[in-house]
Structures are given as C-alpha cells and as structure tokens.
Design a protein around this ligand. Structure first.
Ligand code: G
Ligand code: G
Ligand code: NA
Ligand code: MN
Length: 249
C-alpha cells in the first residue's frame, strides 16, 4: 500500500528525523539523559505519528531498517552530549529478531559510544507474550554493556515479579498512572507501592508524563530518581538539547 511504499522510501532517504525528550534527575531537575523519539513528515500528508507507522513497519518487515536508523542516529547525536544517557525505544519486531544484539553491537562499534550510556526501552506487552525469549534477548544485550529498561510499566498486565527475573536496569512508569497521581488516591497508592517495590529490588524508576510540578514532587517523594514529561521538556530537535546541555554544564 501507499503508506508502506512511502515509509520504505522515507527510511532509504532518511526522511525520518529524531527528536529528543529530556530525562531529568528528580532532585536537581538537571538533564541526565534523553529519550529519542522518531518523527516522520510524510510528503503531501504532513506529520504521521509513530503510533501509526511503527505498526506498519512491524508488519512489513521495515522495522529492522527503521530501528537501525533510529539507534544509529541517536548514538551519533549523543556524542555531542558526553555525560548524557540516551534511551531508544525498541519494538517487539526488533527485539524478536535473533540478530538484534549483533545490530546493536555494530552500532556501538561504529559510533564508538560507551555501551553503558545506551538504554534500550522495551514495552511490557511483548514480554508477556514471550517470557523465555525475552530473557535470552535481554541477557545478550546486557553482555554488550547496554542498559535495558521496562517501558510503559503499569499500562498493561505485567507483574513486578518480571522485573527481577529479567534483569531490567530501570523501569519507566507509564503516563496513564502518573497523570492521576494527584487526583486519584488509588493511582497514588499503586504508584507508591510500585516504586517502593522496585526500589527494594534496587531497580531505579523513571516516572513519565509529568506535566505539572506537583506531580513530579509526589513521584520524587515516592522514590523515583528520574522524571520525564512536558513539565521538564517536550521532545525537541537535537540542536535544542545541545543548547540546553551547554547551559547546564
Ligand atoms: O513520540 P510519541 O508520543 O508520538 O510516540 C508515540 C509512540 O511511539 C510511543 O509509544 C513511543 O514509544 C513510540 N515511538 C516513538 N519513537 C519510536 C522509535 O524510534 N521506535 C519505536 N519502536 N517506537 C517509537
Ligand atoms: O511509550 P513511550 O513512553 O515511549 O511514549 C513516549 C511518548 O509520550 C512520546 O511520544 C511523547 O511525545 C509523549 N510524552 C512525553 N511526555 C509527555 C507528557 O508529559 N504528556 C503527554 N501527554 N505526553 C508525553
Ligand atoms: Na519509551
Ligand atoms: Mn514509555
């Protein structure tokens, strides 16, 4: 179909771009890292959300090329921000590929980024479907020295028991929970308990989707060490991260 053809061309011509959203230290609010997010300005159509085109890439096999492009671009960009971590979303179609760790290794080698600065974010949905393969893939990635984070935690049905079993280096609490931290006492108690349990396992926690200062403060009080959301910075072009990085240094 037309979308698939256009997407194929977009990858080949590097029509896709990346934006970066700050990750900030919960106590100092200093930027400690960025999450790379892909954008596609489709000619004749305008911007198309990754929520639309990532699934198309998955079903058409384009995800491998797209994912490689994103990882390579993000690691190249991160070389301008020496102390920042760079988080990259990995979709199930990439993660499922037995050669994925080899791709990651080749990008690490060609961009010469320290592996420990790279965090791969994996959503909980995939993990539930394939626990055994997930475990193996994570093990291989961790042998390369990259970090692996469980993304969108709390949006689905994954159990906190997975956290330890799979060796995640970090969990990211989904916006659907954090957005209700101030108004909804059940969400608040769930957040409090989730963060406490993760911390008892020594797994650091990022809260996503923070839009107002009080939400961030509440999550910091629960024990989140890192925050992300429009309040601290929207996804922005590389040059704006560079500017912000040079100011805070
Ligand atoms: O940036 P935005 O809020 O539009 O992202 C929408 C969704 O697309 C989110 O779930 C996000 O994780 C996902 N997404 C954004 N960039 C990438 C990417 O480079 N790879 C994958 N697999 N998903 C991405
Ligand atoms: O699934 P994932 O967590 O990767 O999704 C990231 C998406 O969340 C990005 O597309 C980004 O635009 C969006 N996002 C990031 N911070 C906020 C926020 O504070 N509020 C809202 N509504 N969306 C956010
Ligand atoms: Na993510
Ligand atoms: Mn997320």
């Amino acid at each position: 179909n037309a979308l698939e053809l256009d997407l194929r061309r977009a990858i080949e011509t590097e029509e896709l771009t990346l934006v970066y959203q700050p990750l900030v230290d919960a106590s100092s609010c200093e930027m400690t890292g960025v999450e790379a997010l892909v954008r596609w300005n489709r000619p004749g159509h305008g911007p198309i959300s990754p929520e639309i085109f990532i699934p198309v890439a998955e079903t058409t096999g384009l995800i491998e090329a797209l994912g490689l492009f994103v990882l390579r671009k993000a690691c190249e960009a991160a070389q301008q921000w020496p102390d920042l971590r760079v988080a990259v979303n990995v979709s199930p179609g990439q993660f499922r590929n037995p050669a994925f760790a080899d791709y990651v290794r080749s990008v690490l080698n060609s961009t010469e980024i320290e592996a420990g600065r790279v965090t791969l974010e994996i959503t909980e949905g995939y993990i539930i479907q394939n626990p055994e393969r997930t475990r193996q893939s994570i093990e291989r990635l961790k042998m390369l020295g990259v970090k692996v984070a469980l993304d969108d935690f709390g949006s689905g049905f994954s159990s906190i028991g997975y956290l330890r079993q799979f060796g995640f280096d970090r969990i990211k609490i989904d916006r659907s929970l954090t957005m209700n931290v101030l108004e909804d006492s059940r969400a608040r108690e769930m957040l409090r308990a989730t963060v406490a349990l993760a911390r008892s396992l020594d797994i650091p926690v990022t809260a996503e989707g923070i839009e107002i200062e009080e939400q961030g403060r509440a999550l910091q009080n629960f024990g989140c060490d890192e925050l992300q959301g429009y309040f601290y910075g929207k996804p922005m072009p590389e040059a704006e991260i560079t500017k912000r990085f040079s100011i805070q240094k």
